[in-house]
Write a protein that binds this ligand. Sequence first.
Ligand code: SF4
Ligand code: SF4
Length: 365
Amino acid sequence: MLQMIYRDYGRTGKKVSLLGFGGMRFAHVDDHDECVRMMVKAARGGVNYFDTAPGYFETRSEIVCGKGFEELRRQKLPYYVATKTFKTTEADIRREIEGQLERLKAPAIDFYHIWCITSLENWAARKRDGILSAFQKLKDEGLVRHICVSSHLIGGEIETLLMEGVFEGVLFGYSAYNYRTREKAFNAIRAKRLGAVVMNPLGGGIVPQNPELFKFITREGESAVSAGLRFLWDHADISVTLVGFRGEADVDEALAAMDGYVPRTGAELAAVKEKGGEGFEGICTGCAYCDDCPQEIPIPRYMDSYNQKLLKENGDDELRQRLGMHWSITPQGAAKCIECGACEAACTQHIAIIERLKYIARLSA
Ligand code: SF4
Ligand code: SF4
């Protein structure tokens, strides 16, 4: 019998489902009946956290989520709405949220995210635009219930961002493939008692597509998807694990992972994490020890993108996509390397960073 697990979302008093619904991967976003069926199926399985964004399918994810929420209300199934904005000024954010409330058919957004902080400079610029006072006003007016942030920062930067103490929760990528990249975030999550929602839990398919590499997280009888999700659920600081569902089968598969799930103890999880490094030969684990380049090249981001080439077919396409879509950096940026060698000396995985940067730079030709 499936039993959903609920955890505290930080200090908000809200109990959220450990498995969350990500609205970024619908296979047929314009098939509203199918998408609504997926949402109902998830909610019947106990999922109460639904995440979308205006940029997912050019607002069509928000539109179909709005239809789903109508149906959830009709069926008296509880849910929380999470979405995001890239806008930074009060006037732009107000315009955006008006459209979102209409699309989502909601009186308020439960978890509203300042979307996709890619650097601390980027965060400073948004603050200069008045984003925090704009969010606070929306909260005071009851249009936003909790102020959250989504971030692609790594290493100590994500910890620095969260330690400012202005957020109630955070959304960030975290999986068996890159957990070392953002481990420090949990120091701040614990210190500030934040809600922690992790996205991309299967590393964009890398975890299920490479069972040998990820056998360190897999227990007997577990599918790759179950192993990947359960590894994250074992982490007591994680409130929600967002899965970007493509269709109903994905919902079934993720719910099935909850069935019969027995959490590891903290000590067991620590031992598994320790073992993980051994299997990642040649793969950048995102530890960021190399991240002190005199040319200010964001090396961990380039090396994370290069991982795509190693792990996936058509790797160059995946590499390019990761650079642009995920990290907002260009192949040309890799050409700034002056081959001082400092990063390679620091690299925990002994990666030939300079060679990889040269390869990436050539992709711009
Ligand atoms: S070798 Fe290149 S990438 Fe590495 S630290 Fe030196 S300049 Fe930066
Ligand atoms: S290139 Fe090496 S040091 Fe840098 S983040 Fe990756 S694994 Fe860590």
